[in-house]
Design a protein around this ligand. Structure first.
Ligand code: BEZ
Length: 240
């Protein structure tokens, strides 16, 4: 079998639980020192393949329209592509002046968009996947916590626009898990029961049995849930 050369330019990818690789960069909002400038905030660091492309345009308009919503979750947005700053500026101006998508128009992107013409940052974050394209970043999403640790990584191919409702759900679920020392089940939404992790995995008592005790309902020793209301989740995750 012939060895692929696709991996030759790929460096180690950061993993969940790793500190976010540090860098300084020029952005459409000035220079940034990452993740140091974001200490105390959650961050969604995301890459897009190229300026002046339609799927990316729809994503930027959607991110920009949700920026306040994410700010309410103490979450800041930072974009990146391997295009240069003048391309970024021209593209974002075009979006504001000309593009309508769904019910969005006159959309101003005010979160920073990093220029990464050397691909140094994209490589450090494993955003270049040569099997997709060796000269563009894929649609990578890194959710980074206030201590600068990588908590979720999601990759989408060039052809597939991201699901922003899911990105919002991920941020709320991570913050809820941290605040209540719980896990969240499949398709969890605020107001639905959360998972109380099995004994030993999160310092939970060892003698849990079937039934209900202290608000924890167990259907077996390894499957226990408890109720957390929407109001409790809101109180834990919403700022202001
Ligand atoms: C887009 O954003 O439309 C796109 C970018 C790169 C490849 C394919 C589509």
């Amino acid at each position: 079998m012939t060895e692929t050369t696709a991996t030759e330019s790929v460096t180690a990818m950061p993993r969940l639980g790793d500190p976010a690789p540090a860098f300084t960069a020029k952005t459409t909002q000035g220079d940034i020192n990452f993740p140091g400038d974001y200490e105390g905030s959650w961050v969604i660091l995301f890459s897009h393949p190229a300026d002046f492309t339609p799927v990316c345009t729809s994503e930027f308009m959607t991110f920009a329209s949700m920026q306040e919503d994410f700010a309410g979750l103490n979450t800041k947005l930072v974009g990146l592509s391997v295009d240069g700053l003048y391309s970024h500026i021209a593209w974002l101006r075009t979006i504001k002046e000309k593009i309508t998508f769904r019910d969005m128009k006159d959309v101003e992107v005010t979160f920073p968009l990093i220029e990464d013409i050397t691909m140094e940052i994209a490589r450090a974050y494993g955003m270049i996947m040569p099997g997709e394209d060796s000269t563009k970043a894929v649609r990578a999403v890194f959710v980074i916590d206030p201590a600068g640790m990588i908590r979720t990584i999601i990759y989408y191919p060039l052809s597939l626009g991201r699901n922003f409702d899911e990105l919002r759900r991920v941020v709320i679920a991570l913050q809820t898990a941290d605040a209540f020392d719980v896990a969240t089940p499949a398709d969890w939404r605020p107001g639905e029961p959360v998972i109380v992790p099995p004994a030993g995995s999160c310092g939970v008592a060892q003698d849990r049995m079937d039934g209900e005790q202290d608000g924890v309902t167990c259907v077996d020793w390894f499957f226990c849930t408890k109720e957390i209301t929407v109001e409790q989740v809101d109180a834990a995750v919403l700022v202001n």
